[in-house]
Design a protein around this ligand. Structure first.
Ligand code: C2E
Ligand code: CA
Ligand code: CA
Ligand code: CA
Length: 282
């Protein structure tokens, strides 16, 4: 029948076959990759728009695959989330980033008192009862204060609104770590819930800056977003700033913190450190 034909076609579709094989290979390799230190963190500066001073960084994971080379997170984070490997990956990111921050602080010449580390937290991590303990343990182990860590969570993770998530968020909040909504405006786009969520920061999705162009209406729209975030008592960070003009326009409407290729791409540890030193040397 017609149906059988369609199924057959699907079964032998080389693209499907290839991606399934690749996916299975990635799952197998990823477990091994996490354990044998093939993952690596890159660090992207977050700057104070008025001064250009680096106020913190975001840790972004890459996978240095022995055969396929450097793999970007979009290609393996979804696999990790679908297979449960994300818990192990998330723990590795947390420990590695905070150890790195402590090493930067240990070296007096490079010390950065108010500098904070941001890491991306998957929705699945909120479901794990151990996550709060992991965060508390790593801060104790590295001797870092809770406000040196900011956790970035997507809107969808934060407003899923189940009891366990809320309990985890409240526990993290009590611990004193920063909580930030990532990609704000990309999904639910509702300003209404901003006041109700247990977060203290918002990272505005880069789509808004991308659309900025020369349209004065868009700039007013961004000013309104900035105003709403501030009037809810939250800090705003603007991501995806790629040009001097974008940085200047955002500054002109009262934005204080930004991130993007204009200020610096994500860099491996050694290069990021060189950047930190160069900035501070002036
Ligand atoms: P994200 O959290 O929204 O991270 C920002 C992404 O935008 C990064 O891509 C960064 O390299 C990129 N970016 C930064 N500045 C600019 C800019 O000016 N223009 C443009 N076009 N892009 C810019 P990346 O590193 O490929 O990460 C992609 C996503 O993967 C992240 O999006 C995040 O959702 C996820 N991810 C990355 N690292 C981790 C991690 O350690 N754990 C988890 N759970 N997810 C992660
Ligand atoms: Ca992020
Ligand atoms: Ca983002
Ligand atoms: Ca994202």
């Amino acid at each position: 029948s017609k149906n059988e034909g369609r199924n057959k076609l699907k079964l032998f579709d080389p693209v499907t076959l290839h991606s399934r094989q690749l996916q299975r290979q990635i799952v197998g390799d990823l477990r091994e990759g996490i354990r044998s230190e093939q993952l690596v963190l890159y660090y992207q500066p977050i700057v104070e728009l008025a001064t250009g001073q680096i106020e913190g960084c975001e840790a972004l994971v890459r996978w240095n695959h022995p055969i396929h080379g450097l793999i970007m997170p979009d290609q393996f984070i979804p696999v990790a989330e679908a297979t449960g490997l994300i818990a192990e990956l998330g723990r590795w990111v947390l420990c590695t980033a905070m150890r790195q921050l402590r090493q930067w602080r240990d070296n007096p010449a490079k010390s950065t008192p108010a500098f904070s580390m941001r890491i991306n937290v998957s929705a699945a991590d909120l479901q794990s009862l151990e996550f709060v303990d992991d965060v508390r343990d790593v801060l104790l182990k590295e001797g870092l204060s809770p406000d040196s860590l900011v956790l970035e969570l997507t809107e969808s993770a934060i407003i899923r609104n189940n009891e366990l998530d809320r309990y985890t968020l409240m526990s993290l909040r009590r611990l004193g770590v920063g909580l930030e909504i990532d990609d704000f405006g990309a999904g639910y786009s509702s300003m209404g819930y901003l006041r109700k969520l247990p977060v203290d920061r918002v990272k505005v999705d880069r789509q808004f800056v991308k659309d900025l162009g020369d349209d004065p209406c868009q700039l007013e729209f961004l000013a309104a977003i900035q105003h709403v975030i501030r009037s809810c008592g939250l800090e705003a960070v603007w991501e995806g700033i790629e040009t001097a003009q974008e940085a200047e326009l955002l500054r002109s409407i009262g934005c204080t913190s930004g991130q993007g290729y204009f200020f610096g791409k994500p860099l491996p540890e050694a290069d990021f450190l060189a950047r930190l030193k160069a900035t501070r040397g002036h």
